[in-house]
Each structure stands twice: as C-alpha cells, then as structure tokens.
Design a protein around this ligand. Structure first.
Ligand SMILES: Nc1ncnc2c1ncn2[C@@H]1O[C@H](COP(=O)(O)OP(=O)(O)O)[C@@H](O)[C@H]1O
Ligand SMILES: [Mg+2]
Length: 326
C-alpha cells in the first residue's frame, strides 16, 4: 500500500475564550492526524469544543479566542505562519469548511450564481466569466441540483438544496481538506440521508480528506474510518470506527455513547443516555473531566488527569487502562 501523507496535523492545540465568567477552555491540548482521501469523524456533545477546533484550523477564530502555542499544519504548511495574503489564497483552495448552520447564512440578496462565482473570482482575478460559469454549472451537477437554480435566491430553495449549495461552494476550488461542521443537523432524516450519500459520493471521486464534525454518534461511525471523541475540549479517545462495534475496551464515555444509540430489538427500542451534564469549561473538574459522570471512576480519577495511552491501537485518556504498549 502506498504511504499516505497527512493532510491535517494537529499538535497540542488549545483554545480558550476570554469571557466575563473567566477563561473558557474550549479546546484542551488535542493532537490528531488526518490522511489524504480519508474521512475522520469528530464527535462530542454540544459545547465540547468541536466548532471551535474547526474554526481554529481555518484560522477563523472569534475575537476573544486565545490560541496557545501549538502546531496546525494543512498539507504540511503551518497555517499560523502564513501571512494574510497567502492565508487568503490557502483557504478554500487547500482547505475549506462547511460552517455550522451555513445553509442559513447564504447571502439572501445574491443569487446562487453570484455566490459561487464570487469564490472563483476572489481566488483567480484572471478567470474569464465564461470559464467561471462553466465551472459553476459543473459544481451544480456534482451536487445534483439543476443549473437553472443558479438564478435562484437562497430563500427559493429548500434546506437540503441550500446545504448542497454550501457544500458546492466548499469544494469549488478542489481543496485537499474539507471540514464539515454538523452538515446535516438542521435537516429532516430523509434529506439528511441524501446529503450524506452525496458527501460520500463526491468524496470518492474527489478524494479530499474530510473532518466530519457531528454530535450524532451513529452518523459519524457510518461515515468515518477514524473517530476522535471529544469531551470538555479533549480527545478522550481516538479510535478506528470499526472497533466501536467490535471491542469493549473503550473510554467509559465512548461506551456510554455506544449504549446511547437506539438498539432495535424485535419488539422495542431502548435508549440509554449518559446521566449527568458536561462540565463547566471555566472550572473543569479535577483529574479526569469525565469523572463526575463516570460509572467506573475511582480516587485516582479525581486527582490526576490521565495521560494518553494506547489500548489495542486506540488512543485513550483513562486510568482504567494501564500505561503500557506505548
Ligand atoms: N465567543 C465565545 N466566547 C466565549 N465562549 C465561547 C465562545 N464561543 C464558544 N464558546 C464556548 O466554548 C465552548 C465550546 O463551544 P463550541 O466549540 O461551539 O462547541 P461545539 O461545537 O462542540 O458545540 C462552549 O462552552 C461555548 O459556550
Ligand atoms: Mg458546534
């Protein structure tokens, strides 16, 4: 098998927000590699830091966000070392993002055509109108929307169609990495399914890497080959998705997520949730942030934050597992 190159490399990434209540530690020392032509899932409850991490990779952070020293490389390029001009070129052409709720953020006074063409013109001053138009039609074809809708305004399209447009804009310049932040969350189940199938289909052809962000565990495991599970800003487990149905040796939080998937038995559907709430990110619990909710917690968990250890090739932050196999 040929050696794959990492498209995205995160090393010790931490992001905090300066807020009235104090520093909100939204992302807490995460590391991850995403290789070309793969889909990696990022799963976590609402407020666990997923969007913050996505926005940070895009170098589009909110004003009160503080990034501590870390490495974020896309295609081997440390994006925080790019000057503004090069960063603008890099964004959308090498890496792009489908932002959370983006389908509701399309410009209401511009046609779909204008919004797609804008991507081409802002990246290539020399592109002809004719060529840009040709590519816009091609993009519409890729996301399976009739090109007559290039003349439509966002409000004239259904939610599913608007989401396809947002995806078309994200892939317009053939980026190597596409971050998708909850791309189907606002849609009903049938539309969600068709968008997911479309994403899979396009990825197969274009072979870009996807960081697929979602709070929906079953969705992520269906799509991704590798999954990072985020809890209170940390990756408490990074696992291949295959082993999520194969093995019991996971982080207790991961086990809780697995159990929370509705199990269809012959007569009934059972859903077991995880009791308790995610912690306050301004004042994290001592030791392992999951310990107040963890059914297996013991005294060490309250005292010491567990280092990452390898358990059958999964990276797990949990004291239940011995620090071996490193
Ligand atoms: N601009 C901001 N200022 C202060 N806190 C913020 C800001 N944006 C997000 N947060 C907080 O950071 C944490 C992570 O948020 P977010 O990354 O949006 O999580 P997720 O995408 O997993 O739901 C949450 O506690 C959220 O309230
Ligand atoms: Mg989010």
């Amino acid at each position: 098998m040929e050696e794959k190159q990492p498209v995205l490399e995160l090393e010790n990434v931490s992001v905090a927000y300066d807020s009235e209540a104090g520093m909100v530690q939204a992302v807490n020392n995460v590391s991850l590699k995403v290789y070309e032509n793969t889909i990696v899932g990022l799963i976590g409850e609402s407020g666990s830091g997923k969007s913050t991490l996505g926005n940070t990779i895009m170098h589009l952070m909110k004003n009160n966000a503080v990034l501590t020293s870390c490495t974020i490389k896309v295609m081997g390029q440390d994006i925080y070392r790019l000057n503004k001009k090069d960063l603008r070129k890099f964004r959308w052409s090498q890496m792009s993002m489908v932002f959370q709720s983006a389908m509701n953020a399309l410009n209401p006074v511009l046609t779909i055509e204008d919004q797609i063409l804008d991507v081409f013109f802002s990246h290539d001053k020399n592109i002809s109108r004719k060529e840009a138009n040709r590519r816009a039609v091609e993009l519409m074809d890729i996301v399976s929307i009739d090109s007559v809708h290039l003349k439509s305004y966002p409000h004239e399209l259904s939610g599913g169609m608007r989401q396809r447009i947002v995806i078309a804009i994200a892939i317009a310049l053939d980026p190597k990495l596409v971050i998708m932040d909850e791309p189907t969350t606002a849609l009903d189940v049938v539309v969600q399914r068709s968008i997911l199938d479309k994403i899979k289909e396009i990825q197969k052809v274009k072979k870009f890497a996807i960081l697929f962000i979602s709070h929906d565990f079953s969705l992520v495991t269906e799509l991704a080959s590798k999954v990072a599970i985020m809890y209170a800003g940390r990756f408490i487990e990074i696992t291949d998705s295959h082993s999520l149905s194969q093995s019991e040796r996971h982080h207790p939080y991961t086990q809780g997520l697995i159990k929370a998937i509705p199990h269809l038995t012959s007569e009934d559907v059972t859903i077991e949730g995880i009791p308790g709430n995610p912690p306050n990110l301004v004042e994290l619990p001592s030791g392992c942030a999951y310990h107040p909710r963890c059914p297996h917690a013991f005294d060490l968990c309250m005292r010491e934050r567990p280092e990452t250890r390898l358990v059958e090739n999964r990276e797990i932050e949990c004291h239940l597992y011995e620090t071996v196999e490193k």
